[in-house]
Design a protein around this ligand. Sequence first.
Ligand SMILES: NC(=O)c1ccc[n+]([C@@H]2O[C@H](COP(=O)([O-])OP(=O)(O)OC[C@H]3O[C@@H](n4cnc5c(N)ncnc54)[C@H](O)[C@@H]3O)[C@@H](O)[C@H]2O)c1
Length: 331
Amino acid sequence: MDAVGWGIVGYGWVARDYMAPGIRAAGHRLVAVCDPDPLSRAAAERAGARSHSDLAGLLAEPEVESVYVATPNHLHRGAVEALAAAGKAILCEKPMAATLDDADAIVRAVGDRKIFYGTAFDQRHHPAHRAIRAQVEAGRLGTVTTVRIVYACWLGRDWSEAGQPNWRIDAAQAGGGALMDLAPHGLDLVDFLLGEPIADLAALTQTRAQDYSVDDGALLIGRTAGGALASLHVAYNCPDALPRRRLEIVGTKGMLVAENTMGQTAGGTLLFIDGVTGRSEPQAFDADTSPFAEQVRAFGSALRRPEERTAWSAPRDLHTMRLVARAYGQG
Ligand SMILES: NC(=O)c1ccc[n+]([C@@H]2O[C@H](COP(=O)([O-])OP(=O)(O)OC[C@H]3O[C@@H](n4cnc5c(N)ncnc54)[C@H](O)[C@@H]3O)[C@@H](O)[C@H]2O)c1
């Protein structure tokens, strides 16, 4: 496949540390970025990209075919609307937007112009999670009854990975706290692993250990239309040295346990436990390839082959945003 020319709106932590390496690993090209922050632009130039202080400069780059949006959440909508008007393919970071109204506007903007759009749910592309989905589809777990996910970290008031202000603790920019930031991954992953979304949902949040006002933890429970249950524990108040990234999927014939696969990096472990013997068996998967590299490959492939675009769906991602809103008691 010929290399896709990428642009990036918002060259902060995730763009610099995960997306740009993912673009390189997939054999694509990072052409240009836009970011109002001179330090972020300098980082992009060091990565070989041209840099612009505003979106108009990026849009004027003819080699940019696909654009990855990685600004703080409240700026996703404006970027996506402008990119859609310019006819670019768009991969927008999660959560889709800071509010349900903005997410709805995104779906309309890309739908009206028939833009190839995806929300960057990179966990769908982690090789361990793909292996789990394949085993579920092949029936190895029997009837799947439950998915249990823990996805937590420590996010203090001054947290920053790229020298940026901590917009995550500002409800106006982030749209919420740990639930808004971390739960979309798990909600989407349940849909990916089981082939059906969560339909019913209840949740409780806490503001317990951190000194800011957005939620620093949440527990969510959900059920798919087919009757599978899911639980998600997400948190900003879990010390990073504790076990805090775990995915279990339980069925009538056995279960799979993935540790340290949730997240941006390659690797982690995957174990099958047999429901009759109780014996554990490590499962092999590609532990060297990051979910970001795989996500770039899959998006680029679908850009070139429209028949693959069914794997990406803005209305499906809007459903995930509705679940998040319901978890906050807004839906
Ligand atoms: N999928 C994942 O695992 C993952 C991980 C981290 C972050 N994210 C998401 O990525 C997005 C960015 O998060 P981050 O941690 O990289 O944030 P960050 O604060 O490190 O970076 C954000 C960047 O956006 C820039 N920016 C601000 N206003 C802008 C504008 N108007 N136009 C262009 N750029 C602008 C900032 O200058 C900064 O460089 C968020 O939506 C977040 O939820 C996803």
